[in-house]
Design a protein around this ligand. Structure first.
Ligand SMILES: [Zn+2]
Length: 182
């Protein structure tokens, strides 16, 4: 309807007619042009891309590649650490630190970062890379010789992120959904 107006362009992703400044300016061979998708659509795509990439990196070993349905675990708000007060800058607006149940004063983020509390001070942990995989040395609460104690435990960050964020349903769940007939 307002396509005669040279100041607008139709986004090829969402189909909206938007002012030119809502598109990023690119150049090829010295020729400047506005990109086909609007900034919002590009941002959405980037987000989706990094989410997929992260999920791919966080898949389990080959032996565990059977039917897995992932669903987000409901995380109770008390488990989420308020980092605004801690001088810790989030990686992204969606980064949250969730308290790990079996570890002493430890919070893990969906980006694989880890915060621990010691002497009333919260700090980001430095992990170490072993075979290209980020690991943290954490204190795990274990039951040993009739009492609960803390033991050092090496935790693989990507695996832990998946475990703390998702409930994993295996093939049994598929059967429940009618996927398999017993
Ligand atoms: Zn768009």
């Amino acid at each position: 309807m307002i396509s005669d107006n040279k100041e607008t362009k139709i986004c090829k992703k969402c189909g909206r007619e938007l002012p030119l400044e809502r598109f990023r300016l690119s150049s090829a061979n010295g020729v400047k042009y506005y990109r086909g998708a609007c900034r919002e659509c590009e941002a959405l795509y980037d987000k989706e891309y990094s989410r997929k990439k992260m999920e791919k990196e966080f898949t389990f070993s080959d032996t565990m590649k059977f039917h897995i349905t992932r669903e987000y675990k409901e995380i109770s708000p008390e488990r989420i650490l308020d980092i605004d007060a801690l001088n810790i800058i989030p990686y992204g607006i969606d980064e949250i630190f969730v308290k790990l149940m079996d570890y002493k004063d430890t919070w893990l983020s969906n980006y694989g970062r880890c915060i621990t509390k010691a002497w009333n001070k919260y700090s980001l942990l430095d992990g170490s890379y072993i075979n290209g995989e980020l690991r943290y040395s954490l204190r795990k609460n274990v039951f040993c010789d009739g009492k609960w104690i803390y033991k050092h435990d090496y935790v693989c960050a990507p695996k832990m992120v998946v475990e703390s964020r998702y409930v994993l349903y295996y093939s049994k769940r598929k059967a429940d959904q009618g996927g398999f007939v017993a």
